[in-house]
Design a protein around this ligand. Sequence first.
Ligand SMILES: Cc1cc2nc3c(=O)[nH]c(=O)nc-3n(C[C@H](O)[C@H](O)[C@H](O)COP(=O)(O)OP(=O)(O)OC[C@H]3O[C@@H](n4cnc5c(N)ncnc54)[C@H](O)[C@@H]3O)c2cc1C
Length: 317
Amino acid sequence: MTAARPEVLIVGAGVSGLTTAVRLAEAGMRVRVRALRRPEQSTSAAAGAIWDPIYAHHPLVLSWSARSYQVFRDLAGAGRPEVRLVPGMEASRKRIPSPGWAHDLPGFRECAAAELPGGFASGWRYTAPIIDMPPYLAYLERRLGAAGGVVELGRVRSLDEDLGPVVVNCTGIGARELVPDPEVEPIRGQLVAVRNPGVREFFAEHTEELEEMTYLLPQGDVLLLGGSADKGQDDPEPDLEVAAGIVRRCAGIVPAIATAEVLGHRTGVRPQRPEIRLEHERLGGRDVVHNYGHSGAGVSLSWGCADRVLELLRDLT
Ligand SMILES: Cc1cc2nc3c(=O)[nH]c(=O)nc-3n(C[C@H](O)[C@H](O)[C@H](O)COP(=O)(O)OP(=O)(O)OC[C@H]3O[C@@H](n4cnc5c(N)ncnc54)[C@H](O)[C@@H]3O)c2cc1C
């Protein structure tokens, strides 16, 4: 990139695109974001969203998630209401050791068997960032605006279009068609929002891969309940039977949930890929950096991945 203030088009306005846009714009680049839909209509807006490095694959996942943890902790410390640091428990139905990445987290300790809910065999406690995604995405968009960037609506049909000299591809599940990349596959997820009956700590079921699991994420007066993982599905309509199953499982952890008022349903399509694609490519005479395939951990990885995009673009100069 030779221009004094390099111009970058970011495709996608979910958490990957907006976080990358903020990072690049605040580093002095001229940034435009183009997206098919508004941020509040993205999969990112549907996420719970608890920091957790498990549900995406790449050798650098732990370093990227650690970087995001640091940024979320700083945002919470600075009083951003969309980011909370919440103590809680992660637990497995199997007898397994706690994962190494949890050991350095604030408040980490192993749980005694008597602390675990029925049906769970091992557990550990720590403090994790939980992000209220719809207002958080709005905050990122405002922060982008303050750094001179804009979000415009529009579909990019091909990366061969005249998109300017530098493009960052943050299209999530859209990468399947746009790249095209058949390795990106949909995993539909669903959450239920209820009026919080007084839950102040998170509970997250630990599984090896994305599958049906039980989790409770307090966001002030709202409690988000999860979750589902339907491989190969991308139907945006909430499935009320799935929702009833989620409420039932969560009521097994906190009985008051059985009668809590349901405030709404959220669905989204996780962009599953065997490995996150975060790399530079020369395509049709322009520089393209791909940043997609974050599966069930795109929020948790967002700042680490944005930093990596910035490094790759700086290497081009
Ligand atoms: C129910 C649920 C719960 C989740 N919980 C968590 C959690 O607790 N923690 C966590 O870290 N992650 C969680 N996730 C995963 C997380 O939501 C995703 O990894 C993340 O949202 C992916 O973000 P993204 O920006 O890459 O994609 P998206 O949010 O899907 O954004 C893609 C963007 O690209 C645009 N786009 C696509 N194609 C085109 C095109 N051709 N032209 C122009 N624009 C295009 C779209 O309009 C959109 O703006 C959850 C997901 C779901 C569904």
